[in-house]
Design a binder for this molecule. Sequence first.
Ligand SMILES: [Fe+2]
Length: 371
Amino acid sequence: MAESYTIIKCSVHQLRPGFELGESVFSPDGSGLLHAGTILTERQIARILNYGLDSVRIRQTVLTPEAAPEPAAEAYCEPDMAAGVSEQENEFSGLYSRCVQDMKKCFTLIRLERHLDYALLDTLVDSVARLASRGIAATALLHTLTRTEDYLVHHSVNVGILAHIIGELSGVFSLIQQRNLILAGILHDIGKLEVSSKVLYKNGALTEDELAAVRQHPAIAFKFFSRYKEIPESVRFGVLQHHERDDGSGYPLHTNAAKNHPIAKVLGIADVYDAMTSKKTYGQEISPFAAIDTIQADMFAGKFSPDYSTPFLHELCQTLICRYVTLSDGRTGQLVFWNRSGKENCLVRFSDGKILDVSQQPGLKIAKLVC
Ligand SMILES: [Fe+2]
């Protein structure tokens, strides 16, 4: 079986979600819109159409005659959970592992030598951009990966990926700003490298002094960045304000929507989503379904901007349908219907073909995303 690819010109009117860009797309005035390698979503196609472009170049897979797909044995095939991970997932996982190792190196240099290796960061940003180019599907893939290093290392890579995805979905960031979102994402918690890990991963409530020390981490990072002119101002402010909230309830400076940088607003959502859904040394991760509820509630409470939360939550809900979930009673099945508008409805199909309306079962809920 031989497979290769070619870059072809494609009319913007023929673009469909799932097409992969073969070359970066630029607006008529020369500013970057989308990276090469981006898997197009409906929203991104609408953005391309809005700019009045005639065509873009897309990557097309070419199969040799002998590699042509076999006719399907059956017209319809039930998804098979036991089929194992796909080649795409393996590729994602391999690149993710390299990012984690680079992130670890970067943190070691900061911790031991107080040195920021900008060349290493540049490589890391490129790799994170490749992971994030899978769009919202990358968010679900993150839940399937095995964690090999400290929580902070994985969390930093994840927030870089999520920040890029959220920024891309909002459609308001230029290519340069998208890159800055990743840089700010992977560096957002470096101030925690100066906080004792006993405090950071303490099993139980922090004392007032401990909490005050942890809450200094955005300001510590901001001060550290002042030595590096390569770090853009938007990244410095994004990191400083990533725990600030639109209603002024955050920290360290209690700034509100008018003062908080757009990069900080995106980081806040990415940070909360990953922190809630990640397994830490102490404490249990919660399902993406519960994290969605929390971010939505915070958006309604005026903490997160709908400009960034709404497109992210919408796409996330769509990508979770048809995936496998574990219910709070331990049973696993496929989420075949999920409607969050108004009264929540949720159907899960089990391996025997039976479908359960979870929303009609008192006390039953989705506990975990399996794959
Ligand atoms: Fe933080």
